[in-house]
Design a protein around this ligand. Structure first.
Ligand SMILES: *Cc1c(COP(=O)(O)O)cnc(C)c1O
Length: 455
């Protein structure tokens, strides 16, 4: 069931095929270089791209812009306490600000930080403190076709061996990302949360949950984990976070806002250190680089995101896209994630090997075919790793309807029909930092890209 209707609308255009070809060429065959104006359905990311509710827009007007001790901060703090169970919170400009504040307070040179799988900014902030970010995914998480309810889980055996090898004193923090963005948006079970918490306790490490998509994760737990079959999403959301010593959060995901983030923790000493770092890098700890009105919007969004009707609609929207792709014979990662459907470009374009960047070819062809913007998360984005060649179609929250979903499915299906003629790509220039390659590199197709523009 669609859980809302439109009250404000934003006009869209679909550029014609010649315009798309020119725009993609001008962007160096890198869709990060496209003007949003030239995109019809923009599935680049679900980060900060959603629509706010009328209650959130109304709350903006209550924004108290006092530098210190604003009423907006109080309302924000209450929402974090009620919805997530943390009394001590420091707002930040977005999720990576929270990572910088927390990891700077926790980590030292030479430390090791295990995670079920680091999100890219999380990895960068751990490394920036001189620590070593180590992923501990389940093998099944890396297999796009394997059927398992919680493919995002931490591999607890691997976690234990990473801790043993490093020595517990070198592991000040263990991080669990829910849902697991880098593993196709797959959920983590509460049972897994408990097991990771137990390892953290033994190692005397701070157990951090990267809670960006905590509500989507809670909805999956309700649907798939026996113990929670009758529980409300809001209850599960609190239960899964209750084991954590600290959380980092991007408001741009499950606080349903266009900007913002926060770090919350239970330990008073850690809270004091976080506040100090917040003053240095973000802002005074009652605004953290945000306007009072942004705090109001997050406060309302956090309460909305754990309503069953919101989160059911959210997961149904993603599944509607996934099912259409499966019906068209497109190879996709299964089960579908919470925020996105991931197309398996390796199986989609088996004639292209890793060096030909099949995912990036698919992304470019989808733009040429239907002015749809997706993102590559395979060998182009992550050089020197052996991840599956995935292309992510991330759905912004509460923005697109079924007609858009159908257009996206038709576009990908049309490329699939002519898949044998899709050429590979070469990187022709890249930035000095390999981790930033997919944002800035320029590419060229090895042969002209195929028939396009019919969808
Ligand atoms: C988006 C995201 C972040 C970083 O948040 P930003 O608001 O983009 O800085 C961290 N972790 C995960 C899992 C994310 O999805």
């Amino acid at each position: 069931m669609r859980a809302y209707r439109a009250k404000v609308v934003e006009p869209l255009r679909r550029p014609d095929p010649e315009e798309r070809q020119a725009a993609l060429e001008a962007a160096g065959y890198n869709v990060f270089g496209l003007d949003a104006e030239d995109v019809y359905v923009d599935l680049l990311t679900d980060s900060g791209t959603g629509a706010m509710s009328h209650d959130q827009w109304a709350a903006l007007h209550r924004g108290d812009e006092s530098y210190a001790g604003s009423r907006s901060f109080d309302r924000f703090r209450s929402a974090v306490a009620d919805v997530m169970g943390f009394e001590q919170v420091v707002p930040t400009h977005q999720g990576r600000g929270a990572e910088n504040v927390l990891f700077g307070a926790l980590l030292e040179d030479g430390d090791v930080v295990p995670n079920n799988a680091h999100f890219d900014t999380t990895r960068a902030h751990v490394a920036n403190q001189g620590a070593d970010p180590v992923d501990c995914p389940l093998p099944v998480g890396l297999a796009p076709e394997a059927d398992y309810s919680f493919k995002g889980n931490m591999n607890v055996d691997r976690l234990r061996s990473v801790v043993d090898e490093a020595g517990a004193e070198r592991v000040p923090a263990i991080v669990l990302t829910v849902t697991n963005n880098s593993i196709a948006g797959q959920p983590v079970s509460v049972e897994n949360v408990r097991r990771v918490a137990a390892v953290a306790e033994e190692a005397d490490a701070t157990f951090v949950i990267d809670a960006c998509r905590f509500a989507e994760n809670a909805a999956f737990v309700g649907a798939r984990e026996e113990e929670f079959a009758d529980a409300a999403v809001a209850e599960i959301a609190r239960e899964q976070l209750s084991y954590a010593d600290a959380i980092t959060m991007s408001g741009k995901k499950d606080a349903l806002t266009n900007v913002g983030g926060f770090v919350a923790c239970r330990d008073e000493g850690l809270f004091e250190r976080c506040k100090e770092r917040a003053i240095l890098y973000e802002g005074f700890p009652t605004y953290g680089g945000l306007a009072g009105r942004d705090l109001e919007a997050m406060a309302v969004g956090l309460r909305e995101v754990v309503e069953r009707r919101y989160v059911t609609d959210r997961l149904e929207g993603v599944a509607a896209l996934g099912r259409r792709l499966v019906d068209a014979g497109v190879p996709v990662y299964q089960p579908f994630g919470g925020h996105a459907v991931y197309v398996d470009a390796g199986r989609f374009l088996p004639h292209l090997d890793t060096e030909a960047f099949p995912g990036q070819s698919l992304v470019c062809e989808c733009y040429l075919e239907g002015a749809v913007r997706a993102v590559e998360l395979g060998s182009f984005a992550f050089p020197d790793t052996d991840r599956p060649e995935l292309v992510r179609l991330a759905l912004p929250r509460r923005s697109y309807g079924l007609a858009h979903v159908e257009h996206v499915a038709d576009t990908v299906a049309a490329v699939h029909e002519r898949r044998d003629d899709v050429p590979g790509m070469d990187v022709i220039s890249e930035p000095p930092t390999p981790e930033l390659r997919h944002f800035q590199a320029e590419l060229a197709p090895c042969e002209p890209m195929g028939r396009f523009g019919e969808t």
